[in-house]
Design a protein. Sequence first.
Length: 164
Amino acid sequence: MMAKIKDYLNIFFIYSFLGFIFENIVTGPLFYSGVLKGPWTFIYGIAILIIIGVDKFLRQFKLNKWLEILIFYIMITIILVLVEYSGGMLIEKIFHVVYWDYTNFTFNYGPYITLEISLLWGVFATFINYLGRPLIDKIVKKIPYYVTIILVVLFSIDVVTTFI
């Protein structure tokens, strides 16, 4: 049980860090991570845990692989739209900041979501689930407990100092 929790925490931290790097590449500037001050954009960590949950849910039905991928894409796109929308609203309500604004896109729904980006997030999440995750999962198993504990402490300090 503890090993599984450790693995999920490490998955959360790895994808939060990869999200931080992705955001820096796409939007710049260096060390921009959105809400928190550390090198993690935790919405990506939340997203991967949701992706894993949807994947586990669908695999229990033992569908044809292409049908599974199609259903996964549709489900994860809808779920990630809800995560992005609610995340944007919460950030604005709590921190009084808008970190992304899609009002210039043709098919936007307010500043937080747009069809164009949502469809891309679905594609990105599908590729991550079926191609990237197997590779990352092998790395996760090799991370020692003490590294996980250090990351939990650093992340907790970051969350506390952000809200103070």
